[in-house]
Structure formats: structure tokens, C-alpha cells
Write a protein that binds this ligand. Sequence first.
Ligand code: UDP
Length: 252
Amino acid sequence: MCHALDPGRAEFYELRMTLLYEGKAKRLWSTENPETVRMEFKNDATAFNGEKKASFENKGRLNNEISTLIYGMLENAGVSTHFVRKIDETNVEVKKVTILMVEVIVRNLSAGSYCKRTGIEEGRVFSQPVIEFSYKSDELGDPLINDDYIREMGLATPEDVAHLRKSALTINRILTDFFAKSGLRLVDFKIEFGRLVSNPSVIVLADEISPDGCRLWDLKTGEKMDKDRFRRDLGNFMEAYQEVLERLKANA
Ligand code: UDP
């Protein structure tokens, strides 16, 4: 006799699903609903544009849990996102979007490529958030671009860019407060946006929000609790993600 499959579990969908896209840390699968896709969090970690690679047990689960918690909180705060529901430990259902080929980075303190580019030491607190755009291209290494590049490259209209800036600043305020309640300082983060396939005039927040794409420092000790532990071989990589999740859960 055939086992009835539970529609709440990924295996149910697996049978009739096609892989639409495989990225460095996630896979996208079709669902039976033409307006949604399943986003699967992998255990892989990459850094330096894919030059450094490794796999870590539980990474997919931890990032999914963290991202789901953050998306729920952002939706409650009035931010429009692609999020629909969590399916299981490593899968979420999200609205199908056409991702804008522009990554939006928001910085509250100097770190990473900002320091490299300017020679400024890590940890300088900015008077106001710094917003950066980069062109989503693995081939070119996600180069820094500006509003004029975006317009001339046809990546988005000036009105869209104004919307991205405004949303990024709002999301930064909400996330900064949210992480602060858990004793974490939001140093910088990367977000992506997409146009709803069902209504392309609507741009929503898309992709994951996890310690893979945020710098989070312990507010008291300054300890790094994000992907820099992997980038810089600081050890206890997954332990830091687990700690972030536990603190967020305790304070959500
Ligand atoms: N970031 C990301 N994906 C990218 C580039 C950056 O998630 O392709 C995140 C990164 O984790 C950090 C922030 O965006 O939280 C700023 O990154 P930065 O430009 O300093 O780059 P990196 O340190 O990766 O060279």
C-alpha cells in the first residue's frame, strides 16, 4: 500500500518539483502554485566570491530558522517581503519574484570591503547609515555601482532606486533594534529585492536574512557572531549561529 504523503513536508513536493536554480547556499524549486517557489537552505558556506568553500552540519537549518524569524518580524512591522511560510527545517515557501540584479548593502559601522576600499580601521561608527549598491554578478565579483550605473545598465529605474534606499533604511532601523534586544550589534548587512511575478510593479524584500549576509557583533564583548568566523577561520562557526538563533528566539 502507498503511504499518504504529508503536504506539510518537503518530500511531498519533491516528487513533482523541478530545480529552478542552484546558488552557493540555496536551491530554488518549483511548487504546484505558479506564484510561489520553495527555497531550500543548503549546508554549504562560501566566501571570497566562492573561492573558499565548506559544508557545515545544521547550517541550512539554522539559517532557515533565523531567516524565518526575521522575516516574520519584518512582516509584522509592515515590510513587504516574499515570505509565505516555513515548510520544514530547511525549506520555506516564498512568492515568486524576479530578483533585481542589484545588491543593497547597509553599513552602520566600518568593516569588510568598506575598510579595504578606504583604509579606515574596522569598527568606526558612522554618523548615518552608509548605503552601497553592487551589481549581482559572480563573474565580475559583485562590483560596487551607483545610481547612475543602475539607471544606465537598466537594472532599475531611479524611482525604484529611491524605493530601495528608503526600504533599506527602514529595514536597517527595524533590524538594528531587533538585534540590539538580543545583545547583538548590526554592523552591516546585504539585502536583495525582487518584483512579484504576479504583479511586477510591486518590489518586495527577497532572499534570506541570516548571519551569512549580516555582520553581528556581541554588544558587550565585540565578538563576531557571523560569517566572518568562517571567512577568517575564527572557529566555532555554527556555535555562533546557534547562539544568535537562541538569543533571537528568547527575545522575539
Ligand atoms: N554580503 C553578502 N553577500 C555579498 C557581499 C556582501 O551577504 O555578496 C554581506 C556581508 O556578509 C556583510 C555585508 O554584506 O555583512 C557587507 O559586506 P562587504 O561589502 O564588507 O563584503 P565582504 O566582507 O564580503 O568582502
